[in-house]
Ligand binder design. Structure first.
Ligand SMILES: Cc1cc2nc3c(=O)[nH]c(=O)nc-3n(C[C@H](O)[C@H](O)[C@H](O)COP(=O)(O)O)c2cc1C
Length: 285
C-alpha cells in the first residue's frame, strides 16, 4: 500500500516502494487514498511510468490509516467514497480495482455493503477484491466465503475472493462458495510459499534454504539496511510455517541484531535439515 500523495515526491528509478525489476509484470500499485488527494497528478505520474493497474485500499482498518480518513474510514463515508472513486476513474484509464472487506458487523451490514458496491460500480471500477471479514475482525475467526455467491450475484463487476486461501486444495474444498468469484487473491500463504503459483498445478522441487536466501538478497537489494532487517524478520516469521518445528527459526531470527546475524542463525537452522510440512498454517498477522 502506497500513500498516494507521497508518490509525487518519489523517484520511480530509485524508490524501493515504486521501482520494479524488469521481469516483474502486471504489478498492481495499491494506493492509500483520501478525498482531496490530487488524483490528476498522482495517477498521471503512475501512467507516465508505465503502471498498468491501480488498486484502491478501502479495507485497511489500522488506526493510523483511519485517522487519515483512508482505508475503512473512506469505505464507510459514502460521499467521500463516491468522490474518490469517480475522480480516480476520471484520471486513470488503466485497470482500476478496489480492495474491500464486508464492512462493520451490524445488523444492516449487507445493505451498506451493497450501497458501496453500487457506488464503486457506478464510478466505473473494473473489479472488486473482497476480503470476506468484517473490519474489526482483523485476522480473527475465518474468512466468510459463504457470502461470495451473494456478493457476486449482486455485483456487475468481477469479484476476486480473498482470505484464508492456502492453495489449490482450499479452492477445491471451497469450490461452491468460490465459483461465483472470477478470481482469487492469496496474501499470507504467498509469503510462506513464494513458489505457490508456480507450483499450482504441477510438481516443483523446492530448495527452501535457497528460496529463503534469495528472498533476503532481493530485500537487501531493495531496501536500506534498517528497513531490510525488519522485512527479513517479518518474511522469516511467515516462512517458518513451512517447518513442523519452525518456532526456533522464528524466535532466533526475531532476537538477532543484524542482517548478518539473521543469516547466520537461519543458516544453522536449515543445516539441521528441519522437517517440511505439506500444508503450512498461518494465523493472524
Ligand atoms: C503483513 C501483512 C500486510 C498486509 N498489507 C496489506 C496491504 O498493504 N494492502 C492490502 O490490501 N492488504 C494487506 N494485507 C491484507 C492481505 O492483502 C489480505 O487481505 C489478508 O491477509 C487476507 O488474505 P490471506 O488470508 O490470503 O492472507 C496485509 C496482510 C498482512 C498479513
Amino acid at each position: 500500500m502506497l500513500a498516494a500523495r507521497q508518490i509525487l515526491h518519489e523517484n520511480f528509478e530509485k524508490s524501493p516502494w515504486l521501482r520494479r525489476r524488469p521481469n516483474e509484470r502486471n504489478v498492481f500499485y495499491q494506493l492509500m487514498v483520501r478525498a482531496g488527494d490530487p488524483f490528476d497528478r498522482i495517477l498521471g505520474k503512475l501512467a507516465e511510468h508505465g503502471v498498468e493497474a491501480v488498486d484502491l485500499n478501502l479495507a485497511c482498518d489500522a488506526p493510523e490509516i483511519r485517522a487519515c480518513l483512508a482505508g475503512s474510514a473512506l469505505f464507510n463515508n459514502l460521499d467521500a467514497l463516491s468522490q474518490v472513486a469517480e475522480q480516480c476513474r476520471r484520471h486513470w484509464s488503466g485497470i482500476l480495482t478496489a480492495k474491500i472487506r464486508l464492512g462493520d458487523e451490524t445488523p444492516e451490514w449487507q445493505k451498506k455493503f451493497a450501497e458501496r458496491v453500487r457506488v464503486l460500480e457506478d464510478s466505473g471500477i473494473d473489479a472488486l477484491i473482497v476480503h470476506t471479514r468484517f473490519f474489526r475482525e482483523k485476522f480473527k475467526r475465518r474468512a466468510r466465503h459463504e457470502f461470495i455467491p451473494w456478493i457476486a450475484a449482486n455485483a456487475r463487476v468481477p469479484i476476486i475472493a480473498n482470505g484464508d486461501i492456502a492453495g489449490p486444495e482450499d479452492v477445491a474444498a471451497m469450490a461452491d462458495n468460490l465459483r461465483p468469484a472470477r478470481a482469487i487473491m492469496i496474501g499470507r500463504h504467498a509469503i510462506v510459499r513464494p513458489w505457490l503459483f508456480a507450483a499450482w498445478d504441477t510438481t516443483v522441487q523446492i530448495d527452501h534454504t535457497a528460496v529463503w536466501h534469495r528472498m533476503c538478497d532481493y530485500i537487501e537489494e531493495d531496501f536500506p539496511p534498517e528497513v531490510a532487517f525488519r522485512r527479513i524478520q517479518m518474511f522469516t516469521k511467515y516462512f517458518a510455517a513451512n517447518y513442523a518445528f519452525g518456532h526456533p527459526l522464528r524466535t532466533t531470527v526475531s532476537n538477532a541484531r543484524s542482517i548478518a546475524g539473521i543469516r547466520e542463525r537461519a543458516t544453522s537452522f536449515f543445516a539441521a535439515k528441519p522437517r517440511v510440512v505439506t500444508r503450512p498454517l498461518v494465523a493472524g498477522v
